[in-house]
Design a protein around this ligand. Structure first.
Ligand code: HH2
Length: 250
């Protein structure tokens, strides 16, 4: 999954794709480089981000989606109206970092469309007993909620939410013990690309991002532990590394 952030303030690529033509071209390049889907987002979720109103989020993402006919698209939003409009323009997946908690209408929009949905763990006031067990319990509850709201179970993906209310150690533990999340029975998506924990483990305690080499290592480690979808900024390098990792796995 290639990342196309149409935002001025995303943590690693903010401001890069503000022109819809540039954003659409970047998305198409990602597909040429081997991405199975591109995740288009109009609101940053980094720590301390500015909340974006509905009109502004629509203004950012719709002109990009209109230019992506024929490209497999995921919409990164927690607003049902953004999801609804994106689905009408052909998006196949709703990537909701709040796991259907921010907008009461979101579950119904997803259920009625028959689209895929990614449910991500995010606890803003974390107090974990065991981070992996707590994330698994949360994801299982959100999976149940989505199914009860009418979303077909085979359309649901789960995501531990790397970097969302977790320490450096907790982020790595979630990847180390990923099989415990895979055992919930749904495909698992992992987004470690360029996140600050990668820069921090390399020795910079105030790092805001991590380098490509470290992103690739984290993606391969997640793949080897059962991740199905890797959400990444640098598609070609990840596709190359994952192709080799898959050849080794046989
Ligand atoms: N991470 C980010 C945004 N959306 N969605 C899922 N499912 N999983 C993630 O790990 C995830 C996500 C944050 O990364 P990015 O989009 O690069 O930055 P920003 O939120 O600043 O736009």
């Amino acid at each position: 999954m290639g990342i196309v952030n149409v935002t001025p303030d995303s943590f690693s690529d903010g401001g890069v794709h503000l022109d819809p033509k540039d954003a659409a071209a970047a998305a198409r390049r990602m597909v040429e480089d081997g991405a199975a889907i591109v995740d288009v987002g109009g609101e940053s979720t980094r720590p301390g981000h500015e909340p974006v109103g509905l009109d502004e989020e629509l203004r950012r993402v719709l002109p990009v989606l209109e230019r992506l006919d024929g490209v497999p698209v995921s919409i990164d939003t927690s607003k049902s109206e953004v999801a609804r409009r994106a689905l009408r323009l052909g998006a196949e997946l709703v990537n909701d970092v709040t796991a259907l908690r921010a907008d009461a209408a979101m579950a119904e929009v997803v259920a009625e469309s028959g689209a895929y949905v990614c449910l991500m763990h995010w606890d803003k006031q974390p107090d974990y007993d065991d981070v992996v067990a707590d994330v698994a319990t949360f994801l299982e509850a959100r999976l149940r909620f989505a199914v009860e709201a009418g979303v077909a179970e085979d359309r649901i993906l789960l995501d531990p939410g790397i970097g969302f209310g977790k320490t450096v150690e907790q982020n790595f533990e979630l990847v180390r013990r990923l099989p415990e999340l895979v055992s919930l029975g749904r495909p698992v998506l992992v987004g470690f690309s360029r996140k600050s924990s990668l820069g921090r483990i390399l020795g910079d305690p105030s790092a805001k991002t991590g380098p490509l080499s470290a992103s690739v290592a984290a993606a391969v480690a997640a793949y080897e532990r059962g991740a199905t979808i890797l959400r990444v900024h640098d598609v070609r390098e990840h596709v190359e590394a994952l192709t080799v990792a898959a050849a080794v796995a046989g």
